[in-house]
Structure formats: structure tokens, C-alpha cells
Design a protein around this ligand. Structure first.
Ligand SMILES: O=C(O)CCC(=O)C(=O)O
Length: 603
């Protein structure tokens, strides 16, 4: 796969698989799920390798891309942010990432590279050879046969209702803190990176690969290796004959690394050309059948059980019309971000019964208060009559920084209303009248946009942290589910706390399986002192921790609360947002409505 910027010739054919953002790649293409690194590997197999915008010395694109030499990890000296070796202008078609195809790694070796300041760095290099079972590379075609080809290459329906995909990559959410962006780009557990470059000199320990290649792959690798490979008489490791200047040991841990035994062990000079034999295409072992079709399978759109909130439904789509990878950004269907091709989802509302009784999986029933957090819990306070009865648990933060009220219900009255409301939310989300979307984060470190992990929709005064005016419907346009949620929140808050709170904004959030809202604060300009949220569906854990504390015990979660179907959680006091941040981690499918007062005349 390569990352493009500006290249030379106009692109005359479209890649079969391409994207504008890394999130689109990671969410839609199983062969590359690394948000930060340039290499994605799982189970000891390099699944995806990103040819970065920073080519290093002696990187190369030979045989029109059937042989690629590239560096791994580390910092290249070039400041030009483009993959200059691909001869076509992908950027001109808004293509930031294009999948080239399946390559075999034919060699891996280490080189010394001298920086401008004269320092020597070890750089790991790889040669990749095109696997011929795929036919010719797509950019070799003289005209775009993309559409006809897709029809034959693409499986129409995936084999899966697979809910066992990798742990969700924390693409994030986050509204205020830098840490949230970092969290957003967590790397999945099976995602590893090759070592970065490190200064070394002969005899010094150089970086080692964190994992060894499994034996069967090693033997494949050896069979593929050019006959000019030689074994070093000092370290016993084989190295390819890469340069015309002669053979030298290319194992960075060897004392005689980067030396020429046939020239009195002189160091290999800086000015090098490749050995002609090394640049020949080799006869490779046939490609394993599992690697022959890397086209993403199409999402399941018509599941037998009509459940469409499983993790598989959070994955992106590969458009069979134009090749673009797109995130699942709309609740009601998949939509190609390039040609707007739609894949409709045929589901049904999920009854709350099973969801609400899911086990939150923690060793406390309602709450956890951190030792030394200075939080005082008041005695449980019952309220209401037989129709409206409930309990309030109040947690007071130290030094007058505000309170958290957890309003629970224990009567049948609200329950029927809540179950119906949960269903109404789902119906309106499914028909698009309640447009749940994943909105781009306002700032992040990845190229291209980065969408929130969860879906949301705002009513009333625009909420700038998530989607702003583009995500906002006025109260006249508001879906009935949201209006009813606001009424319920106001009734319960006023009854339980015995004070009148007025709200003019409601952010509804919908979470499919494994989605969550990362740590953030609601410090929107003009925000009133009371923020109250209603939970519907599966239980969720809401955690609080100190804000702007980078390390140490104070950084730890100081309060956790289990939110259940129908609970209302009130953050009371401006200090709650000023001194604490919060996150919500649902156990499974859940909808929440959070009501605020935001001064409409804020500047
Ligand atoms: O209850 C939820 O799902 C999260 C609400 C929240 O934290 C927010 O909208 O700021």
C-alpha cells in the first residue's frame, strides 16, 4: 500500500482499493489496521506495509513496481512529503492511500546510513516482489477497466456475521484534551511495528526484531533468496549481495556489519549502486491461497436475526463501484464517501429486555469511589410517589468542585415510557429522521479526517464540540424521541433534586457494540452549570478522573458509576467540567441523551 501526495504522470486508471484517510483504511481493510505505524502485522505475518511519504536513500520502484525496495521504521532525512517513486499522481484524484497488491518480502537486511551531521544510523530495508498470481498490477493497464473487473473480483456477500473482529481500534472522540487524541490512535493488540532506526557502530548492540519469523516462513524466505546470498563467517547469518561494490554482512548485530571482507574489511562506502542480479525478479514459491484475494468482503446488510448493532456493523465498506474505502459514518446505511453508493441495512429495533440485563462485568453494583479521591457519598435519598418513585445517590467532589447525582427509578411508571422511548429512538434512527452520524474531530494528528467512535445527533442550540451547526436540528425539527427524552430528563431531575433546571440542547449518542466515548469535558462556551444525561439500553460504565493531571495517583479514575436503562446522571456545578473529565463505556448497544443549557448569545 502506498501513501501518495504529488507524483508525476496523470493517473489513467483507478486503484481497486483506495482511501482518503487512514481511519477509512483501518476500519475497512483487514490487511492494514495500524493507526500510527507503517507496518501492520498479526500472527507473525506482515499483512500491510505502508510506503511512506519519506523515501530513504536507496529506496526504489523497479520493474514498474513489481520490485520495491523500501526502508522500515525510523526517520528519513528527506523532508519531501511524497512517495516520489510511484510514477502517477494519486493526489490529483484525492487518493491518499492506494492498495498496490500482494507482494512477497524477498529480502530483509540492515544498512548504515550517514546523516548530514555525520552520524551513522542503522536502517532496516526490505525488498518486495509482486506476486504474479494476481495478474498484472492495476497501474499497468492502459485504460480503466475498473468497473468490469470489480464484478468478477469482488465477492458480493461476506462469509460473516463476524463479530469477532479485532478489538476495536480506539479511534476516538474526545473533545478537549490532548490525551484523548492519543487514546484515539491506540494500536490494536496484535499490531506491532518494526524497530526504528538507532545509532550503532560495529560491535555495538543494534536493535533487534521483537519477534522471530516462524520457521516455515524462514525456509520459504531462504528458497526465495538470490543465489548470491552468503553466510558471514563471523556471525553465521546469511545476507544478500545487494550492492555492486561487493558482498558484506548486513546483520546489524555482527561486529563485521557493513564491511567488505574482500576489501580487507573496509567499511562499505556511502555512494552505492545495486547489484544487477539483486534487481532481477526471482522465481517465487506460489502464493498461499489465503492471500490471493485481498478485496474487502461486502458488509452483511440483511442479517437473519435483524440485529444490526454488532461490532461488524461498525466496520467500513469498500465501494464496488469506485473502489473507495469509507467508514460507517451514518447509522441508517453504509455510504461511499466518494460516489455516494449506498448499502441499505435491513434491521429491526432491538427490544430492551436482553440488553438491559447484561452484566456490566465489574465487582461493584452501582459505584466505585477511589481511595484518597476525597469524594463524599451522601446517604441514598428516596423520592417520588408510587408512580414516580426512585433513589438519588449523590457524590460530592472535594473543595466544592461540584456534585454527581445518580437518579435511579424503582417504579413501573417510568419503565413503560422508557422502553417505548428506546424503541422510538431506534425507529427514527433507522429511517434517518434522527440522523445519527459519526462527526469529524476538530483536531487530530492523523492525515485526513478522523471521525468520533460513536454516532451522535444534536437538537436545540448547536453543540460545537460535536458537529456544531451541521449536526443540529432546531426544536421545531427535532425528532419526537429527542423531545420526549428531554421531557423525561427535566421531570426526573426536577423531581429528584427538587430544583428547576432548564435545558435548551440535547446531544443524543448511539453506541453499537464496542463503541464508546473517550475521556473529555463538556466545557462548551456558554455552558450552564447542570448537565443531565438519560441512559437507554444496555448498562454502561461512566468514569471520572482529574483533568490536566498527566501522571501519578491523581490521574487514576476517582469515580465510576454503573448507568442502567432509565437512569439519569446529573453533573452539577461548573467545577465538574473544570476539574474533571469523564468517559462512557457501554457494555453493548446503548443510546444516551445528554441535556444542557447553553447560552445562545455566547461569543
Ligand atoms: O451518557 C453518555 O453516553 C455520554 C454522555 C456524555 O458524556 C456527553 O454527552 O458529554
Amino acid at each position: 500500500m502506498l501513501k501518495a501526495d504529488v507524483a508525476l504522470q496523470e493517473l489513467h486508471v483507478m486503484p481497486h482499493i483506495w482511501a482518503e484517510s487512514r481511519q477509512e483504511v483501518c476500519e475497512s481493510f483487514d490487511w492494514f489496521r495500524s493507526y500510527q505505524g507503517g507496518v501492520y502485522f498479526a500472527n507473525n505475518i506482515t499483512k500491510g506495509y505502508l510506503l511512506s511519504g519519506f523515501p530513504a536513500k536507496r529506496d526504489g520502484f523497479f520493474h514498474n513496481g513489481k520490485l520495491i525496495i523500501s526502508h522500515g521504521g525510523g526517520k528519513a532525512e528527506s523532508k519531501i512529503n511524497l512517495y516520489a517513486l510511484f510514477p502517477y499522481n494519486l493526489g490529483g484524484k484525492n487518493i491518499t492511500y492506494a492498495v498496490l497488491g500482494v507482494y512477497n518480502i524477498t529480502h530483509a537486511w540492515a544498512e548504515y546510513e550517514t546523516t548530514k551531521s555525520g552520524q551513522k544510523h542503522v536502517r532496516f530495508k526490505f525488498s518486495f516482489q509482486w506476486c504474479k498470481e494476481q495478474g498484472e498490477p492495476w497501474w499497468h493497464a492502459t485504460k480503466d477497466k475498473f468497473t468490469e473487473e470489480r464484478a468478477t473480483l469482488m465477492p458480493v456477500v461476506s462469509s460473516t456475521e463476524d463479530t469477532t473482529c479485532d478489538a476495536s481500534l480506539e479511534n476516538d472522540n474526545a473533545r478537549t484534551s490532548e490525551s484523548d487524541y492519543e487514546e484515539a490512535m491506540d494500536i490494536s493488540p496484535d499490531d506491532e511495528r518494526i524497530p526504528s532506526t538507532t545509532a550503532a557502530s560495529p560491535g555495538n548492540a543494534a536493535p533487534k526484531f521483537s519477534r522471530r519469523m516462524p520457521e516455515d516462513r524462514v525456509s520459504t524466505f531462504r528458497k526465495n533468496a538470490a543465489s548470491a546470498d552468503r553466510r558471514c563467517m563471523y556471525c553465521g547469518m546469511r545476507s544478500p549481495a545487494v550492492f555492486s561494490v561487493g558482498w558484506g554482512c548486513l546483520n546489524a548485530t555482527c561486529t563485521y556489519f557493513w564491511r567488505l571482507p574482500e576489501a580487507g574489511n573496509d567499511p562499505i562506502p556511502d555512494d552505492l549502486t545495486f547489484d544487477e542480479g539483486f534487481l532481477q525478479l526471482q522465481t517465487l514459491l506460489p502464493l498461499d491461497s489465503g492471500f490471493r484475494n485481498i478485496n474487502p468482503s461486502q458488509p452483511v446488510t440483511n442479517p437473519r436475526d435483524k440485529i444490526t448493532t454488532l461490532q461488524a456493523f461498525t466496520r467500513g465498506m469498500h465501494c464496488i463501484k469506485c473502489g473507495r474505502l469509507s467508514c460507517r459514518s451514518k447509522w441508517e446505511h453504509w455510504e461511499c464517501a466518494n460516489c455516494q453508493n449506498v448499502l441499505a441495512v435491513n434491521g429491526a429495533p432491538r427490544p430492551v429486555k436482553v440488553l438491559k440485563s447484561l452484566n456490566p462485568g465489574v465487582n461493584f453494583q452501582w459505584y466505585f469511589v477511589g481511595k484518597d479521591a476525597g469524594i463524599i457519598k451522601s446517604p441514598v435519598k428516596p423520592f417520588g410517589d408510587h408512580q414516580t418513585a426512585g433513589n438519588v445517590l449523590t457524590f460530592s467532589f472535594p473543595e466544592g468542585r461540584g456534585q454527581i447525582h445518580h437518579i435511579q427509578h424503582n417504579s413501573m411508571g417510568p419503565l413503560v415510557r422508557l422502553d417505548t422511548l428506546f424503541e422510538e429512538y431506534q425507529m427514527q434512527a433507522a429511517d434517518g429522521s434522527l440522523p445519527f452520524r459519526r462527526w469529524p474531530l476538530r483536531s487530530h494528528k492523523l492525515r485526513g479526517s478522523l471521525l468520533t467512535n460513536y454516532f451522535s445527533q444534536n437538537c436545540g442550540v448547536p453543540y460545537h464540540y460535536v458537529g456544531g451547526t451541521a449536526n443540529t436540528l432546531t426544536w421545531e425539527e427535532a425528532p419526537t424521541a429527542v423531545v420526549k427524552a428531554k421531557e423525561f430528563i427535566e421531570e426526573r431531575t426536577n423531581l429528584a433534586l427538587n430544583k428547576q433546571s432548564e435545558f435548551n440542547e440535547v446531544l443524543s449518542a448511539a453506541y453499537m457494540e464496542k463503541q464508546k466515548m473517550s475521556f473529555h469535558t463538556d466545557d462548551e462556551k456558554g455552558l450552564g452549570s447542570v448537565v443531565a444525561g438519560l441512559s437507554l439500553g444496555s448498562p454502561a460504565l461512566m468514569h471520572f478522573r482529574r483533568r490536566n493531571v498527566k501522571h501519578g495517583p491523581e490521574r487514576k479514575i476517582c469515580l465510576s458509576i454503573v448507568l442502567r436503562h432509565g437512569d439519569v446522571l446529573v453533573m452539577d456545578g461548573t467545577g465538574v467540567q473544570q476539574y474533571y473529565e469523564h468517559m462512557v463505556e457501554p457494555i453493548n448497544f446503548r443510546i444516551a441523551a445528554t441535556a444542557r443549557y447553553i447560552n445562545p448569545d455566547r461569543k
